[in-house]
Design a protein. Structure first.
Lengths: 257, 236
């Protein structure tokens, strides 16, 4: 028994050594199983777990501190729907009372006829939305069986014209920016209407294909450089450069004509 | 005569040259390639995604479906393509080795598909496969409590060698097979073992030594894996 105790003491010593202060700086890359902070000053948030005195990351991502809360912002992964998210989806099937929608999440999504402004004259749901149509919708409940969508909110409609592009859903917050600053800047510079779905699908509609492609390139640039600091400056520079190029091109075309 | 020096001049506790590449398959949710000398394995993750048929769904957690396969040109004598008795066994073993660290409860009712393709085989393919798979899972953003590192430990005569090559695996003395191959995998943070297989004969005392040596080698591999994942930030 005593021998066992000795081993136990030694193990405790080792674990105490390991308990020495580790503290990652904000925006550091962490790996699953890596200790972010030790000690009881912090609380484990999303993407982390507590084990003994340590807070351990469970996902690949960047560390963020919100007061005492430690969070990991994932850099990859599929879209996991949350209640209240605005998403862009594609109709995949029609039922007698609604539509099956693909919102590129691991669960199936359903939009009931009761949950959209459905003209009474139309009896067949297919006349309102048919297979292959794209819509903007809101996640209003997540049940064990699947996701329920609604279109009864401001700005939710069927998508007509324009183009949709897909980016990694983890990069959506950067595309939107603080209180929509980034997306508003692109809208202003390109004159396009941009709707960003939380599931990483983005709808761009502009006056001409050229402006749409311009906005698309800007969005893709953000997605590519999502983890660079001072992203607003880079995007602004890109937009200005491109705008000059576009003006030149149009002038040249006019001259040729 | 005993096995005194290794065929390729390595130390007995040295692995072959390891190489890691992450995100090599753009269409997949996560992917990684792991190389042990001439052994190369690619792992890809798709999902979590809808699981069909529906009666396979588990309402409590996601299902990890692993598929291990060797390409027909990966070995010197052409391997008949398609699943075999061996590949189904290895798939199962890898699935069990990984599922203890993957937090599958986060995505109930879904499936996580793991495909491991061995594009070049020179012994310890399942270890390379597990190493690649654990990287691919991390890259796919699936919550995990730790990374899994794996290595095969060989016992030739009374020498313990890390990471056997095919040549060493087939080592013979007086027409008698000398090598014992022990693939093992560890969760290095907790030190828990998730895979242990044994092919051949070994003394109980030697097995303990082999496990200790394997754990040490896994710590080194774990460092390589971590380094590769950290480098992702710079790339992006």
């Amino acid at each position: 028994m005593e021998g066992k105790k000795e081993i136990k003491d030694e193990k405790e010593k080792i674990s105490k050594k390991e308990d020495e202060k580790i503290e990652k700086i904000a925006r550091d890359m962490v790996i699953p199983g890596e200790t972010i902070v030790s000690g009881e000053d912090y609380l484990p948030g999303e993407g982390t777990m507590r084990e003994g005195k340590k807070i351990i990351s469970t996902r690949l991502g960047l560390v963020e501190y919100i007061n005492r809360l430690v969070k990991v912002i994932p850099v990859s992964g599929v879209y996991i729907p949350r209640r209240g998210n605005n998403v862009i989806g594609k109709i995949t099937d029609i039922n007698f009372n609604g539509w099956q929608v693909d919102i590129s999440a691991p669960y199936s999504a359903f939009l009931s006829t009761k949950e959209c402004f459905f003209p009474r004259m139309i009896r067949d749901p297919e006349e309102f939305l048919s297979i292959g149509d794209m819509i903007t919708a809101k996640v209003y409940s997540i049940k064990r069986k699947g996701i329920d969508l609604t279109m009864q909110d401001r700005g939710l409609h069927k998508i007509e014209g324009g183009m949709t592009i897909t980016i990694n859903p983890n990069k959506v917050p950067r595309v939107i920016g603080k209180e929509g600053s980034m997306v508003n800047m692109i809208k202003l510079e390109t004159g396009c209407n941009i709707t960003v779905g939380q599931n990483g699908i983005i709808w761009i509609k502009g006056e001409s294909i050229d402006t749409e492609l311009f906005a698309k390139d800007a969005v893709l640039l953000i997605a590519e450089k999502a983890h660079v600091e001072g992203l607003t400056g880079i995007v602004q520079e890109f937009l200005e450069k491109r705008k000059k190029g576009l003006k030149k091109e149009t002038l040249e075309k006019k001259e040729e004509n | 005569m005993t096995y005194e020096k290794r065929f390729d001049g390595r130390d007995f506790d040295e692995t072959r040259e390891t190489k890691v590449e992450i995100g090599i398959i753009p269409r997949a949710d996560g992917s990684a390639k792991f190389t042990f000398g001439n052994t190369k394995a690619i792992a890809t993750i798709y999902g979590p995604r809808l699981l069909h048929p529906q009666h396979h769904q588990d309402p409590e957690k996601a299902k990890l479906r692993c598929n291990y396969d060797m390409l027909s040109f990966s070995v010197s004598e052409r391997k008949k393509p398609g699943p075999s008795r061996r590949s189904t066994e290895v798939s199962h073993v890898i699935e069990n080795a990984l599922s203890s660290v993957v937090q599958l409860e986060s995505f109930p009712g879904t499936a996580v598909d793991l495909e491991i393709e061995v594009i070049q085989a020179d012994a310890s393919t399942r270890c390379a496969g597990i190493n690649a798979a654990s990287l691919a899972l991390a890259h796919a953003g699936i919550p995990m409590t730790d990374l899994i590192s794996s290595v095969s430990v060989g016992c030739i005569g009374n020498k313990i060698c890390i990471d056997l090559r095919k040549e060493e695996e087939d080592y013979e003395e007086d027409d008698e097979k000398m090598a014992t191959d022990i693939p093992m995998a560890f969760s290095t943070r907790t030190g828990k073992m998730t895979l242990l297989q044994l092919d051949g004969k070994i003394k109980p005392k030697m097995l303990k030594e082999a496990i200790d040596a394997g754990f040490k080698a896994c710590l080194k591999i774990n460092e390589i894996q971590k380094k590769a994942l950290r480098a992702l930030k710079l790339k992006e």
